[in-house]
Ligand binder design. Sequence first.
Ligand SMILES: [Zn+2]
Length: 206
Amino acid sequence: MIGSQFKDIISRLSRLPGLGPRSARRLVLFLLKNRQNILLPLIDSLKAIHENIKTCSICHNLDIEDPCFVCVDHKKSETILCIVADVSDIWAIERSQTFKGRYHVLGGLLSVSEGIAPSQLNIESLLNRISHMQNSLQEIIIALNATIEGQTTLHVIVNAIHEKFTDHNFNITTLAQGLPIGGELDYLDDGTLWTAFSRRHNLNAA
Ligand SMILES: [Zn+2]
């Protein structure tokens, strides 16, 4: 029989993304068996996050400082702005070490089923930011999920930028779609294969 306090922790943990009741039970048991070396440091880390985490007033990233580590990094170029849906997208792009510009976090994607409207995303602050960066800005990369919600949000943002900046000098780009690295044609879904065909590269100039 599991005690009520354990049931409460398991029920809270099982609501976290990627965890169900079974994995939550295993996690709690693991933490209980490793109280000193894992549970206590984890409690301290979570407490520190809870007390110190801030939303960056410039890009809406999460950090313990405002402005965040990206916004104060002088090695990041002021000429490129990458628009992402969530903070986890910044983490993913930073892990790839391919992008050396600034970010703007929308705070989600437009969704009819979840009732997320344009006013709930950080679009107004994005437009204000573009206004401030306009003289140095060369490119805006819209890096959103290749889902219906991601592509709908992309169109709304592109329209909003074109509406506000009628004769801008920066390019607006989006991420390429198609064959994944290591992907085999036979295993691709129809949509990915279709996109890979329609966005094929010319090899003549190689
Ligand atoms: Zn920031």
